[in-house]
Ligand binder design. Structure first.
Ligand code: PMP
Length: 449
């Protein structure tokens, strides 16, 4: 091949070329149909090929696609900020728009540090994050990410922000039981803050449901209220990375809403545009922005394409679509239906260790031995074997890391568009069953010791 978009040169063999998509289905140029049970990268939340989004795109392009954020705001950008404020019950009235989840978490980090500078506390500049986390690929975001595989090559130039154990109950870092653990993993944040010194800590960042680095790990119910209490006690800002979970993925607008917890800063991405355009945001409360507005007046951040009217208009159309079609409620109902069918399916296969998650963000962790929770031997890429078999069956799944070291475990995420209906869920299960049965046969014929 003389040219390549360099999107996926790492995949062995032919890389299918996609031609178009409709609803939960994608079609390649050989007319093969894929049920997109991953929403791409947990992104295509309203499904593919929605006409009214295309219309909104064209209408905005006819008006104006680009203005530079330091010269102008635009009707689209203001309408989007106002929509996000309304969708969060006017709790997050300040939005800073960027282009990717990584940029959003980088921006959140900088806002937190700037917040304390403007309050006369410049020493409060450390961030604390958890192991088994993913906050993005740029250097600040990767510094916060407790994802050993993605950090590995760059550790020399990264900050060591991950310092706290994840709430990974399937393999509790403390070998405790969920019912009697006393939330030792939340208490670990308090230890970390004390060790580093509250005067040096700007913020704690966490994904409400751990995505790529843990395959949909939802914490015990008391976890985030306790995290919030600790953050308040030590004057540490709480940043919720809702890039994967925001805008209905877990059946509510924010995943944090499941526990009634209000972060100081929230990052959005992915579902904010459903994949129809690159856009993301760091949004914040009055309390966070006030010292900045009273001080240097502007957030030290931003990119050329920040808040471009084209992306803002598309995102706005997607958020209106979510509301108009009651997608959050649909996702909650579909999540329960899919989860029940997955639990039933899982009971038939000895290599399924755990099914977990919230709403339509569901993880499956694979093990060699169910009782001992023993992972498959290192070096056998179980995740990609299953993902490959699934693709042959016309089913797209999302790969995830698992295991306390984020390396030894094999796992997938199932996260179809939030608009998926009952019939499509049943079709997803049919294709997954074929995939798992074929994988079980492989295990019998070539046991992976
Ligand atoms: N935060 C979370 C929770 C994510 O899941 C991701 C992407 N998987 C990111 C940040 C980074 O987003 P992006 O790939 O758009 O930079």
């Amino acid at each position: 091949m003389k040219h390549s978009s360099l999107i996926k040169p790492v995949l062995d063999g032919e890389y299918p070329m996609i031609s178009h998509g409709k609803g939960v289905y994608l079609y390649d140029t050989d007319e093969k149909e894929y049920l997109d049970a991953a929403s791409g990268a947990v992104t295509a939340n309203i499904g593919h090929g929605v006409e009214e989004i295309a219309t909104a795109m064209v209408e905005q392009a006819k008006q104006v696609s680009f203005v530079y954020r330091s010269q102008f705001t635009s009707e689209a950008a203001e309408a989007l900020a106002s929509k996000i404020a309304a969708m969060t019950d006017d709790r997050y009235t300040w939005s800073f728009f960027v282009n990717s989840g990584s940029e959003a978490t980088e921006t959140a980090l900088k806002i937190a540090i700037q917040h304390w500078q403007e309050k006369g506390k410049p020493k409060k500049n450390r961030i604390i994050s958890r192991w088994m986390s993913y906050h993005g690929i740029t250097l600040g975001a990767l510094s916060m990410s407790g994802h050993p595989l993605r950090r590995e090559r760059f550790t020399a130039i990264l900050e060591s922000y991950p310092a706290v154990s994840p709430p990974y109950c399937y393999r509790c870092p403390y070998n405790l039981e969920e019912t009697s653990c006393g939330l030792a993993c939340a208490a670990d944040l308090e230890s970390a803050i004390r060790r580093i010194g509250p005067d040096n800590v700007a913020a704690f960042i966490a994904e409400p449901v751990i995505g790529a680095a843990g395959a949909a790990i939802a914490p015990p119910d008391g976890y985030f209220p306790e995290i919030k209490r600790i953050c308040e006690k030590y004057e540490v800002l709480f940043i919720a990375d809702e890039v994967m979970t925001g805008f209905g993925r877990t059946g509510k607008m924010l995943a944090c809403d499941h526990w009634g917890v209000e972060p100081d800063i929230i990052t959005f991405g992915k579902g904010m545009s459903g994949g129809y355009t690159p856009i993301a945001a760091a949004v914040m409360t009055d309390k966070v922005i006030e010292p900045i507005l009273n001080g240097s007046k502007s957030i030290m951040g931003g990119h050329t394409f920040s808040a471009n009217p084209q992306s803002c208009a598309v995102s706005l159309a997607v958020l209106e679509y979510l509301e108009k079609n009651g997608i959050f409620e649909k996702a909650a109902t579909a999540g329960v239906y899919l989860r029940n069918l997955l639990d039933k399916l899982a009971s038939r296969y000895s290599f399924i260790g755990d099914v977990r998650g919230k709403g339509l963000l569901i993880g499956i962790e694979f093990v060699k031995d169910q009782k001992a929770k023993e992972p498959f031997p290192a070096g056998i890429d179980i995740t990609n074997k299953i993902i490959g078999l699934a693709a042959d069956n016309g089913l797209l799944l999302y790969p995830a890391a698992a295991g306390l070291d984020g390396v030894t475990g094999a796992a997938i995420i199932i996260s179809p568009p939030l608009s998926i209906n009952k019939r499509e869920i049943e079709e997803l299960i049919r294709r997954l069953k074929n995939t798992f049965s074929q994988f079980a046969e492989t295990l019998l014929s070539e046991p992976m010791t």
